[in-house]
Design a protein. Structure first.
Length: 726
């Protein structure tokens, strides 16, 4: 087998895969075959080193990545692969919590609250505390709570921080925790924290897992946060048989708690670490890799490494300059058509990446106008759609009756005549009598609601109790069908007869399909296992990469993917890097993370990479003048093919059939502006004004004008239709 591995892996991959003992850091650049190394390492540990597969734990970040690793391991190990524990951090931690829930007083049937559920709880707490949701966005509190948990901080820690907002946040945080505790629910951050609580208070349980998982492999290690790192420290024990794979240049989740120092300081945490650098790239052309390196090398916090490839041919990275953001969208269309015509590409070969979701609208408009099929990653998740979430809330309630969020969501859906007034009375009664919402339904005779409501509430509780028993007897697929028949979800929607309601029916049927698929892959699995799987699904897990459609997504969503042709839209300062109000220092950690994010986007491209910038972008009713992203200058003009249509050429580019004529590079023009600093001009909307500043801008001029009461405006002469006054 060793000889076979030498034929399969390059020398550095082979060394990393066949080192058995001690801490190992594998610095795996983009497209360097890290999954291949991880799975062959598992194979080597089992077949050559004689390690029991049940002693191996492999963790990563998405179900998609875990599924791919599991499939490859099955191909290499056959039936032995079933003993290897492969999963995401969250699913692995959830498994530990379920098995050891008694040690922290948590029922095994706890619920997992997603981001939408968290917002529901936070709004409820804010209402109880009389905090105005218009003045304080509930999402701000959700973000603070998540960041605090990722840093292993609680409400008391937030309360110590100065400021009125932190004072309120500590109260909301405390109330939020209280509701989750009462509901026997955990959020995603709790899934990472609870095992640490178990291990810290029960050394016997910690030792059980430490002795079971003697060889640990971690993918995407650069994305780990403090809690995940602590989890690995607990499990790796004295042997320190911990093999981590990652790329500090692709650490892009600092905003949600990822700590780049985990990978940069790994050798300090684990003395005697063996370090392997996977620098051979199997994905991209040398021109793309060189351009990406010229950008990322400017970061101070990074390990020294540089990707290279044996691929010989390739094109320069292309920079497409446009007068505005709509021009960017038109450029994407034109060059996409050119690629289709000249290279015979399909729609699925293209990805359009952007920094913020809001940038997609103009691009979508252009694609729709041309009838080009596209999919968006990061829109409304399938499992977040109302009708799907309604049905899933029944399933969650059947599993966990303490889950008051799910209970209140479905108590009047399908409609039963239980309105907000009745729900408020039940909630008040439950609080006064120190009961759970579910327990209060047993005492409807004591609640001040009408006789009709009392009967409906009693019947509702009987319905749920019936399915609590049925889920113990019926196979999962049958349980879902029977529940739908009784609730009449699809029947109700079909009776509405609208296009929207019929789409909702299809969504429910797709949910049933997902149950069937899950049961096929996991024979004998029950409702609890399925619901846990659903709770941990991410956007990318539902992406159909076989559909012939252009893919639109943010740069963050693109990590781990690859496409023959990539467009990165909005390469302007303020968007990429994204400048926030609190970004005072451009050399800050956030600026370095933005540079890494751009690097990730660039290295998604296999054959062609197009970068798009614009001179202006629309902000509400005005155009604002833009400077190109400083990252573009780091690539260097000598490494870019710059296409800079003049305004007349741009009109031709919009209407041409790309491929029938090649877009022309603009000629530098030596023209003078008719507008001079100090001259007076007139504008149809802003009236009369005085020119403060005039600067050349790619064949046009940026003009700053003081319009008095209308304020100072930044305009492009070619678009502003200014009239020069004598």
């Amino acid at each position: 087998m060793t000889q076979d591995l030498k034929n399969i892996l390059n020398p550095e991959q082979f060394a990393a895969a066949t080192t058995v003992e001690g801490p190992i850091l594998i610095l795996a650049g983009a497209g360097s075959g890290k999954t291949r190394v991880l799975t062959h390492r598992i194979e080597y540990l089992v077949n050559e080193a004689g390690i029991d597969p049940g002693n191996i734990l492999a963790v990563t970040f998405t179900n998609k990545a875990a599924g791919e690793m599991r499939e490859r391991t099955v191909q290499l190990l056959g039936s032995k692969a079933g003993k290897v524990q492969i999963g995401t951090f969250h699913s692995t931690c959830a498994m530990v919590i379920r098995q050891e829930s008694d040690s922290i007083g948590l029922p095994r049937n706890f619920s997992i609250y997603d981001s939408a559920d968290q917002l529901t709880v936070i709004k409820e707490v804010m209402n109880d505390l009389r905090i105005d949701t218009k003045k304080f966005n509930p999402r701000l509190f959700r973000s603070l709570i998540s960041r605090s948990k990722n840093s292993m901080l609680g409400p008391q820690d937030v309360a110590k921080q100065e400021g009125y907002f932190n004072e309120l946040a500590a109260e909301v945080f405390s109330g939020y925790n209280a509701i989750l505790n009462q509901a026997s629910a955990l959020d995603f951050d709790d899934l990472l924290l609870k095992p640490l609580e178990i291990f810290a208070n029960h050394s016997d349980i910690r030792d059980k897992y430490k002795n079971k998982y003697k060889y640990i492999l971690v993918d995407e290690f650069q994305d780990t946060n403090k809690a995940q790192f602590e989890f690995l420290l607990h499990l790796s024990g004295e042997s320190k048989n911990l093999c981590v794979v990652g790329d500090d240049d692709q650490s892009i989740y600092g905003w949600r708690g990822a700590d780049i120092s985990n990978i940069l300081g790994f050798e300090k945490y684990f003395s005697g670490t063996k370090v392997y650098k996977l620098e051979q790239n199997y994905r991209s052309t040398p021109q793309i890799l060189d351009a990406a390196y010229r950008v990322v090398k400017n970061n101070k916090k990074r390990k020294s490494k540089r990707l290279w490839t044996e691929i010989k041919q390739g094109n320069k990275v292309t920079l497409l300059r446009s007068p505005d953001d709509r021009g960017e969208a038109e450029n994407i269309l034109a060059y996409m058509q050119k690629e289709i015509f000249e290279e015979k590409r399909a729609f699925k070969d293209f990805a359009i990446l952007y920094r913020t979701n809001a940038q997609s609208r103009i691009i979508e408009d252009s694609l729709r106008r041309e009838g080009i099929a596209y999919v968006i990653i990061g829109g409304v998740k399938f499992y977040d759609r109302k009708e799907v979430k309604d049905f899933l809330s029944y399933l969650r309630l059947i599993l966990n009756q303490n889950d008051s969020i799910s209970l209140r969501r479905v108590i009047n859906y399908p409609p039963r005549g239980i309105g907000n007034v009745t729900i408020s009375k039940i909630k008040e009664f439950a609080l006064e009598n120190k009961l759970l919402f579910w327990e209060a339904l047993d005492r409807t005779e004591d609640i001040a609601v009408g006789a009709k409501q009392k009967k409906v509430l009693t019947d509702f509780k009987k319905l749920i109790n019936k399915y609590i028993e049925l889920q113990k007897e019926l196979p999962l697929e049958e349980l879902i069908r029977v529940l739908d028949d009784e609730l009449g979800f699809r029947k109700l929607m079909k009776e509405e007869g609208t296009e929207e309601s019929l789409q909702r029916v299809k969504n429910i049927e797709e949910l049933f399909n997902s149950v069937s698929e899950y049961c096929e892959v996991n024979p004998g699995a029950g409702l609890q296992e399925f619901m846990e799987n659903v709770s941990l699904v991410s956007d990318i897990d539902n992406w159909d990469n076989k559909a012939n459609a252009v893919t639109l997504m943010t740069l963050h969503s693109a990590k781990g993917l690859e496409f023959p042709v990539v467009f990165i839209s909005g390469c302007v300062d303020g968007l990429l890097p994204l400048i926030r109000d609190d970004d005072v220092n451009k050399d800050s950690d956030s600026s370095e993370e933005e540079r890494r994010l751009f690097y990730v986007g660039m290295t998604r491209a296999e054959q062609r990479l197009y970068l798009l910038s614009s001179s202006t972008r629309r902000l509400y009713k005005e155009f604002i003048i833009c400077r190109e992203s400083p990252f573009l200058s780091e690539i260097g003009e000598e490494n870019l093919e710059i296409i800079e249509p003049s305004y007349t050429t741009f009109g031709e580019l919009r209407t041409q059939k790309a491929g029938t004529s090649k877009p022309r590079k603009s000629r530098k023009k030596n023209v003078k502006s008719p507008f001079l600093e100090g001259s007076f001009v007139s504008h149809k909307l802003f009236g009369k004004g005085r020119v403060l500043e005039v600067t050349p801008n790619h064949g046009d001029f940026k003009i700053v004008v003081d319009f008095g009461e209308k304020g100072i405006k930044k305009l492009l002469a070619g678009y502003a239709n200014l009239e020069l006054l004598s």
